[in-house]
Design a protein around this ligand. Structure first.
Ligand SMILES: Cc1ncc(COP(=O)(O)O)c(C=O)c1O
Length: 408
């Protein structure tokens, strides 16, 4: 059997979202109900009008679209941004196969091999894989839950900027922490980008889901318009991960020329997905408002349950639909596997993503997990029941065992 694998493919990290799926499948075969909080795949139905639009559309073929995306969809995305103070033209919008393709296209077309990209850990784990694909090097600044994942001072950030640093890659709201960075914080990072002549790539796929405070788009900062690139997607906003429609938004036409070539090379973004996206963007119902409320209720529920568990440390997320949690365990990866392999509580267990994959620094995140609030409140309560019971039974807990003192 031919078994040749490139050395590059060995550099690609395992997906923390799917790595333990075989164990989940085995648990299901044993009749255990696995509650999936491991991946950011929304369970909330997509907008009904957009689903109807693709059911009712009649096409006698499914053609390639324009390489940069269906023109009317690009117009609609431009209009969507322009609803706020942001001025975007259809020519500034490129439609991609999800934001995943957008991230890779940006890194590949705007950076040289071995250039450095500054990230803030914990960060969306797949950035590590996209960096391998584009042959660029990530360099990280660590953010800490004890400081509410605040950005450190500019002087501290600058210690991680080297002559090879060519871009900052930032996520707002953050996956996995749920921290939302406000205008002034983004502006401060942007000032560093200007000072060191860096591209400022901001992944805003969760921007509509911010609770209690508005999440700005980097496009709102006038000084950054020629160097910022927004990565966006309909996957989370419209519960449409499988539509595979994302966007790159960039108001500097020079930066888009390399991306244009990549788009032509891969011919087209998904045609049906783009029809769906168009109908979703046209939807005038209060869909987003309702979905946001549902995520906020779930966030409150999970946060409240987690804070009642002994030894568990967490942060109240301000946006997105994740919780990043420190557990009283030696190794969260082992704990997540044990949950699927050896544990059940009232016929159920829970699947989560282990935290180390969200860091670049070895040893960080070893006792952390990420939970995605992508299940109903009832299911989330059951998942929290499982987690609570599991932490009491897990043989490698770091909680000091309670010593029963006998009455004398
Ligand atoms: C921060 C962030 N960026 C990008 C993506 C990729 O999403 P998609 O390719 O479906 O648009 C995800 C998916 O979870 C994400 O969390």
């Amino acid at each position: 059997m031919c078994a040749q694998l490139s050395s590059r493919s060995h550099l690609l990290p395992e997906s923390p979202f799917r790595q333990l799926l075989p164990y989940a499948e085995t648990a299901k075969k044993k009749g255990i109900d696995v509650i999936h909080l491991n991946i950011g795949q929304p369970d909330i139905p997509a907008p009904a009008a957009a689903l109807e639009a693709i059911h009712e559309a009649f096409y006698d073929k499914l053609p390639y679209s324009h390489a940069l995306g269906i023109e009317s969809l690009r117009e609609q995305f431009a209009a969507y941004y322009s609803e706020t103070s942001i001025k975007v033209n259809p020519a500034d919008v490129v439609i991609t196969n999800g934001s995943s393709e957008g991230l890779y296209f940006v890194l590949f077309s705007l950076l040289e091999a071995k250039d450095e990209v500054l990230v803030f850990e914990p960060y969306y784990a797949n950035y590590s894989g996209f960096a391998v694909m584009a042959d660029v090097t990530l360099r990280s600044v660590t953010l800490h839950v004890e400081n509410n994942f605040d950005l450190p001072s500019s002087e501290v950030i600058e210690q991680s900027i080297t002559p090879k640093t060519k871009a900052i890659l930032f996520t707002n709201p953050c996956n996995p922490t749920g921290r939302v960075y406000e205008y002034e914080e983004m502006k401060r990072l942007g000032e560093l980008a200007i000072k060191h002549d860096l591209l400022f790539i901001v992944d805003e796929v969760y921007r509509v889901f911010s609770f209690g405070k508005a999440c700005p788009s980097v496009l709102e900062i006038p000084e950054l318009r020629d160097r910022c690139i927004v990565i966006d997607s309909i996957s989370k906003r419209y519960s449409a991960c499988g539509a595979r429609v994302g966007t790159i938004v960039c108001c500097n036409p020079l930066l888009l020329t390399g991306i244009d070539r990549l788009c032509k090379l891969r011919l087209s973004a998904p045609f049906v997905g783009q029809l769906f996206a168009q109908a979703a963007l046209e939807d005038t119902s209060d869909y987003i408002k309702k979905v946001k409320k549902a995520y906020q209720r779930r966030r409150d529920l999970v946060y409240q349950r987690l804070t009642q568990m002994p030894g568990v440390e967490t942060y109240l997320p301000e946006g997105a639909f994740y919780g990043f949690v420190k557990l009283p365990v030696e190794n969260a990866f082992h704990f997540c596997q044990w949950l699927l392999e050896q544990f059940s509580h009232q016929g159920q267990t829970v699947m989560m993503a282990h935290g180390a994959a969200f860091y670049l620094t070895p040893g960080m995140g070893i006792n952390e997990v990420r939970l995605a609030y992508v299940a109903s409140e009832e299911r989330l309560n059951q998942a929290m029941d499982c987690l609570e019971a599991a932490l009491q039974q897990y043989p490698h807990s770091t909680l000091t065992p309670v010593i029963a003192h006998e009455a004398r």
